[in-house]
Design a protein around this ligand. Sequence first.
Ligand code: ADP
Ligand code: MG
Length: 394
Amino acid sequence: MSWKTLDDLDLAGKVVLTRVDINVPVQDGRVSDDTRITRIVPTVRDILAKGGKPVLVAHFDRPKGKVVPEMTLRVTLPALEAALGQPVTFAREDFKPAVAAMMPGEVMLLENIRFFPGEEQNDPAFAQDLADLADVYCNDAFSAAHRAHASTEGVAHLLPSCAGRLMEAELRALDAALGQPARPVVAIVGGAKVSTKLELLSHLTRKVDMLVIGGGMANTFLAAQGHDVGRSLCEHDLADTARAILAEASAAGCEIILPSDVIAATEFAAGAEHATVAADAVPGDRMILDAGPDTIARIITAFEGAKTLIWNGPLGAFEITPFDHATLTTARAAGRLTQDGRLVSVAGGGDTVAALNQAQVTDQFTYISTAGGAFLEWMEGKTLPGVAALEQGN
Ligand code: ADP
Ligand code: MG
């Protein structure tokens, strides 16, 4: 980790172009969930405290390089002002004179940067226009770091650059889980389909000591091992791929945990008739919707023997009861071990975050990433352009 932080740069009197992610949900013209807005507050406050002038750059929705009035970032202004406890100046266009007129203590938000075609094209001339506005660049948008855009990547090469507080926290947490983790490391990959997580599975077999494969994707592995999975969600055409992943794991010394018993139900519906059966004895007319008690116990034993846990994807159809049981029970065990100081636990992914909320363990895990696509690409071992640009430094 070789990037700078806000502590490493002199910001007094400097304009700090600050990339944030405030792409928040909006209903009836109002921000309906301000989580992303409240999470950037420490960065903005610290810039102000060091005498800097924060100029916030962000995108909203997908205007695709054109001015789409319904996608104005102005809609976030009241929530932003409330979170910061101070007025925020909105610059609709003509950014240069607006920034030049900023007073000490002032915070400015620029209009949706994706209104400009140069943003997503990472056009060097547009990146230079952005750089010309400021003295320093601060990137606090980890969740946008998997995109090489002018405001996330291009401009980082043109100004002295640093990570904001949120970016810093995210990178430290992720490094603790996969960069330089305390071993043994156990990973859980669950969710619906193998096909969406091939690169993830294959990367993890080379990185972790134990890999739990759960959820719908475990069915593909069970079928590849010759078990009848009945009417379960299963990608039968990926049997060879599944066997190749198991072979890779074995070559890398990564132990695989697949379900030994499962909850087999008559239909995909809350309260559907169900029974616990061995993974090799699923009735032909049933579908696997969750992991069984023996599997849950084996997963918890794996947690107890591990020092680090990294988790993406639920172990069952957690949206419908009682098929949330394995996900919630193992999540609570991980939460307890973390609170006892025995486990570093990091998780991310859209449905995973929802499942962990449902388990009420959000405050117990070491870190839960809400970064979505950027988190998955990081977990796949990919270089995130926005992070790489910070590391190369300037
Ligand atoms: P994430 O968004 O955290 O990356 P995914 O989108 O990959 O997770 O997977 C979540 C979905 O997987 C959930 O909708 C869940 O219902 C589904 N799922 C998990 N186990 C099963 C199963 N056995 N059968 C069908 N769907 C499942
Ligand atoms: Mg999902």
